[in-house]
Design a protein around this ligand. Structure first.
Ligand code: F6P
Length: 364
């Protein structure tokens, strides 16, 4: 009998629900169908940089209980680009060759990387430089990777944001308040538009559609005139102020992060309409927790398809979800396109059709 094929899997970038379900599916398919060995690489590419490489053997018994577990058992990082790796002395160092050597030291025949567009681009560059057989699985609650309609983590984040709106609804009504929910999504408004429709928001503000505070206040007033004394607003973190200023804050490490647009809207709405406003910033709650059933389904489909690509020797591909089918595309095509919310797409049309205000700058 020939040598048992060994493949690696890693998670890179921000965590989200469904990563463990992907790992489980990969192990089931690779070991159960093909009889391969799967090793999990710890902390994304950091695990391949350290000597000896930091890995976790992944047998079926090890991953059996992972279906419902949030986060990633492998750990992850969204810092430390290996081509410009921050060193303790403050300099940046190209450590790509160490990672490539780590892959070969482990005797890997292929690598599955689960990541967003940034991570996948880095992993692809490593693969091209070092002759790694690489297959990508898209994940990010932001759902902004090109071509695929779903990234791992998105559906659960939408469920969480929808539930938050459901809860805010009652307290908003009880106190006749305008409740503002600030959600993640980085530069895209996918979470806000989806959860906003599903959760019955009255106003949805996303980065893809310019808005004015006056339009928002007009909608609130119109509702008041109809006897609806409260309103629900959902806003994406990357929405700018009316004057187009980016709203971010800096932590003690000097890292800049989105956050604060909800409070900005609350203050402006209060000033201009007199409404009592309150803000909820949902934050990392959107990334944690049990994956939704749809998330688990897509995770299973992606995991199986990624292993099958390796079995077919089809590398440099990313699995995608398109029209309820798992397909694959060259990674270069997927990362070349940023997927923002289409201002003329179905969800925006649906929101408008329901009378939801999108704050449109150009509306009278
Ligand atoms: O990309 C995923 C994401 O959760 C964004 O929606 C958010 O802006 C960012 O990551 C938060 O990053 P961190 O976990 O580093 O605070």
């Amino acid at each position: 009998m020939g040598e048992r094929k060994r493949i690696g899997i890693l998670t890179s970038g921000g965590d989200c629900a469904g990563l463990n379900a992907v790992i489980r599916a990969v192990v089931y398919r690779a070991t159960g169908t093909y009889g391969w060995e799967v090793v999990g690489i710890r902390q994304a590419t950091l695990g391949l940089m350290i000597r000896p490489p930091q890995v976790m053997p992944l047998a079926i018994e090890k991953v059996d209980s992972l279906l419902t577990a949030g986060g990633t058992v492998l750990g992850t990082t969204n810092k430390g680009d290996p081509f410009a790796f921050p060193m303790p002395d403050g300099t940046l160092c190209d450590r790509s060759e160490e990672i490539i050597a780590g892959y070969h030291q482990l005797g890997l025949k292929a690598l599955i990387g689960i990541g967003g567009d940034g991570s996948v681009a880095i992993l692809r560059r490593l693969a091209q430089q070092g002759g790694l057989n690489f297959v990508a699985i898209p994940k990010t609650i932001d759902n902004d990777v090109g071509i695929t309609e779903h990234c791992i983590g998105f559906d659960t984040a939408v469920n969480t944001a929808t539930e938050a709106l459901d809860r805010l609804h009652f307290t908003a009504a009880s106190h006749s308040r305008v409740m503002i929910l600030e959600v993640m999504g980085r530069d895209a408004g996918h979470i806000a538009i989806s959860a906003g429709i599903a959760g019955g928001a009255d106003i949805i503000i996303i980065p893809e559609i310019p808005y004015t505070i006056d339009q928002i206040c007009r909608k609130i007033k119109q509702r008041q005139e109809q006897g609806k004394t409260y309103s629900l607003v959902i806003v994406s973190e990357a929405v700018r102020t009316e004057a187009s200023e980016v709203v971010q804050n800096t932590n003690r490490l000097g890292q800049r992060r989105y956050g604060g647009i909800g409070q900005y809207l609350a203050d402006e709405i209060c000033d201009r309409s007199g409404a009592e406003t309150r803000v909820t910033v949902l934050g990392h709650i959107q990334r944690g927790g049990t994956p939704s059933p749809l998330e688990r389904l897509i995770a299973a489909a992606f995991g199986v398809a990624a292993v099958d690509l390796i079995a077919e020797g089809r590398y440099d591909q990313m699995v995608t979800w398109q029209n309820r089918q798992v397909l694959s595309v060259p990674i270069s095509e997927a990362i070349a396109q940023y997927r923002a919310v289409d201002p003329n797409g179905t969800l925006v049309k649906t929101a408008r059709g329901l009378g939801i205000c999108l704050g449109d700058k150009d509306a009278s």
